[in-house]
Write a protein that binds this ligand. Structure first.
Ligand code: X6L
Ligand code: MG
Ligand code: MG
Length: 246
């Protein structure tokens, strides 16, 4: 397959992802973004600053490569989809459920992670019964944190998280509403991602007792203090099974 059939390069306003218009203030930060053609998912962001001519030149150069290369050659030469050097890193994912058979849904998330190529489940925290924070009135959550070893990038982990949520029958409704399964990418080694649809470390990680308490169980160094709200976080009878490594 030709790389241009799979990916599209766009010049975007960094904040909004929109196409820059002529009325745009001259100092608006721009980004050149490579996206999956079919889903629009961001594969790579190159922040450019406000220099529109440079941004256009870069986008054109990448567009030429997309037209010339096959997918494998393009992905290899741009290092897309892999951590630098493909090294394995420890990552932490938050899981939560407050609809349906919550314990079974959390266990299938853990099993789904273990069954994913490039992921080994290293540890699963205790499960907590937690009072809902934010959003409408809704049932209590079961929350836990999963430690994984992975050579996937934060972006690839986000795609895995979305697949697991979809497989759990999650329906997108009201913001912060009840859900069968929520999988959040909390930390991926020391990778930092700051893109419109993905922020790692998770920006509200340190404010949420329902994440920090189970995270502290796995590695107290990552959660040296636990935020207020601890009162709404109680150990559950539910125990998740750590799948055997394949
Ligand atoms: C003011 C306004 C203060 C909003 C906090 C906090 C909003 C957390 C959303 C907030 C605010 C969230 C879970 C949850 C959600 C979960 C528990 C969210 C997103 N997810 N409550 N609420 N467990 N216990 O997994 O985290 S919705
Ligand atoms: Mg969440
Ligand atoms: Mg989420």
């Amino acid at each position: 397959m030709r790389a241009g059939d799979r990916f599209v390069i766009r010049l975007e306003v960094q904040e909004t992802g929109e196409e820059p218009t002529v009325e745009l203030p001259e100092d608006t930060p721009l980004a050149v973004r490579l996206r999956e053609r079919s889903t629009g998912a961001v594969v790579r962001t190159i922040p450019i600053g406000a220099d529109r001519a440079s941004a256009e030149a870069l986008a054109q150069r990448i567009a030429d490569d997309l037209a010339r290369s096959d997918v494998d050659a393009f992905v290899a030469s741009y290092g897309i989809g892999s951590a630098p050097g493909n090294e394995v890193r420890r990552a932490y994912l938050g899981i939560g459920s407050n609809l349906g058979d919550r314990a079974a849904l959390l266990q299938s998330a853990v099993d789904g992670l273990a069954a994913t190529d490039g992921i080994t489940v290293a540890a699963v925290s205790p499960v907590y019964e937690t009072e809902p924070v934010g959003g409408p009135e809704q049932p209590e959550y079961l929350n836990a944190v999963v430690a994984i070893d992975t050579d996937l990038t934060a972006r690839q982990l986000l795609e895995v998280a979305r697949r697991l949520e979809r497989e759990a029958g999650r329906e997108r409704g009201e913001r912060w509403g009840p859900r069968t399964l929520d999988v959040d990418v909390l930390l991926v080694g020391d990778e930092r991602v700051d893109e419109p649809d993905l922020l790692v470390p998770h920006p509200r990680l340190y404010e949420r007792a329902f994440v920090m308490v189970p995270l502290a169980d796995l590695d107290p160094m990552l959660a040296p203090w636990v935020p207020p709200g601890e009162a709404g976080v109680r150990r559950s009878e539910v125990e998740l099974v750590q799948p055997q490594t394949q």
